[in-house]
Design a binder for this molecule. Sequence first.
Ligand SMILES: O=C(O)C(=O)C[C@]1(C(=O)O)C=C[C@@H](O)C=C1
Length: 275
Amino acid sequence: MEEKIAIQGIKGSFHHQVAREYFGREVPVDECQSFREVVDSLLASRSISAVMAIENSTAGTILPNYALIDENNLQIKGEHYIPIFMNLMALPGQKITDIKKVYSHPMALLQCRSFFNDYPHLELVEDTDTAMVAKRIRQQNLPGVAALASKAAARIYDLEIIKEGIQTMKSNSTRFLVLSSKNATSVVAGANKASLKLVLENRKGSLVSVLNILRDFDLDMTKIQSVPVVNVPWKYAFFIDILFQDEEELRKVIGILSELTEELKVLGIYKNGLL
Ligand SMILES: O=C(O)C(=O)C[C@]1(C(=O)O)C=C[C@@H](O)C=C1
């Protein structure tokens, strides 16, 4: 069987760009219409790995993806960051005054909010992914409709860029995780980052005691994200990312933390993607 990588979106999407950069330019992909489908592709072994966006520097965390990873016991095998440049594109010859509707992925629309404040005549509509809209505009020959997508999408689906680089923050960047299903247990060589899920007792100082251990072992926490525990209203799980140097020491820390927490789960030990 051809070993595919599951991505959210189609060729020309940002997930596709990440798959090509991480696994190689010609990597075969399983194009999925939602993050749920990405997970299903992995679980049904239609793909051996998956690429999933987890956070954007402008629009923030894609919170439901933490739940998807956790509930389906997926393993984080790596991460990859890319700068995101958003471009408004349409059929050749169309001007911004001809455009009535802009379709794109919700995270993409969020990243360009201030641009659209200046064009109130544009109706913004959420869609499955950036490149899919570009493909549809071309295939169905849709004047008056624009996509918000990458330059690669404009090239692949032969659209003209009306405005380029319209993301609010010029240094807009998205972090993607590389995932596999839990039974893929190979150890990542050169790993120096760990993602953990912690559920703490609701008592004074429980989070502080966890943070104190990280400080005592001189570990650098790069992210902490609270996510609701859905079956217990107003209870939260904490997803943390930490950088480490010595894996044995990390294991020791994990052992100590598991004594301090109601639940501790290692979501992945992998290589830091930020150089
Ligand atoms: O629609 C795409 O092209 C995607 O790859 C999705 C996605 C996302 O999920 O955040 C990826 C990167 C950008 O932040 C905007 C959209």
